[in-house]
Design a protein around this ligand. Sequence first.
Ligand code: AMP
Length: 323
Amino acid sequence: MSITVVGSIAFDSVKTPFGERERMLGGAAVHFALAASFLADVCVVGPVGDDFGEEQLEVMRRRGVDVSDIERAAGGKTFFWRGEYGWDLNSRETLDTQLGVFEGFQPKLSERSRASDVLFLANIQPELQLEVRRQLPHARFVALDSMNLWIDVARDSLVRAIESVDCVILNDAELRQLTGKPNLVSAAREILSWTPSVAPGSEQARGPRVVVAKQGEYGAALITPDSFFALPAYPLETVIDPTGAGDTFAGGFVAYIAAHPQEALSDELLRRAMAHATVLASFNVEEFGTERIERLTGAEIVARIHELQAMTQFSEAPLALRA
Ligand code: AMP
């Protein structure tokens, strides 16, 4: 029932058509952990600098997130990202990325975080993802996210990292960029065919068997070797800041699987995980950064799951079609 996550822990400066924020709490691992904390225990692994305060740690602690594997690197600077969105909130421009303490970071996981049965390799250098993967060789379920930057500058390491996991969660454009396939389904099929050349210390390593394609405001698709499923995004009239939506989605998806340790990784389970992921992501974008998720309640999540279920159901139409 517990998840370990490694990924960026950050300060984000974000501008959208609806406002801007300077140096708010962000990072892939943070957004993931806050969302996942509604369904499972979460340990966050990663470094922060002197500029990261108790106030930021407290946001995670308040949601019961275990922050004891967050290392403070004396004299270092916390990962920093600056991005700007135009009217099309599906696309954004990265204006600055400063790895700070992630450069040269050597993850040393505590016994507690190595004992997790589920692992999420959130967006960060693929070499670091691999390093953490090696420290949890027996995890029951391992998922990974990444981004265009790492496809551009560290593709080989990223492919090795992907080969070491069960599930890949990427934006549809990233799936196409990574595989060179113009079509989403064929890109996913290509990834599902990858198998590890060197197993990371375990007989369990068999290559990815689930691909999730995130499609921004259009929702997300799930592709396995023998099935396809898709959900629209929960329709919102007001989206303020999409930053972290992908990580929040991953938090809901992976934590739903972590919360069902007795269930096989069936389509049924994966589809319910998709619904929880979709709903959590929909709350994240309603306000800047982590603001909305910080005061989200379980009752709000359940109500929106019901609404999403109602709006995605349809009955078969027994109509004789004119040939
Ligand atoms: P998302 O909107 O879900 O794609 O994720 C946004 C988060 O990713 C922000 O909070 C950033 O701090 C973080 N981020 C942006 N660029 C990078 C990067 N190159 N490596 C790791 N995390 C990043």
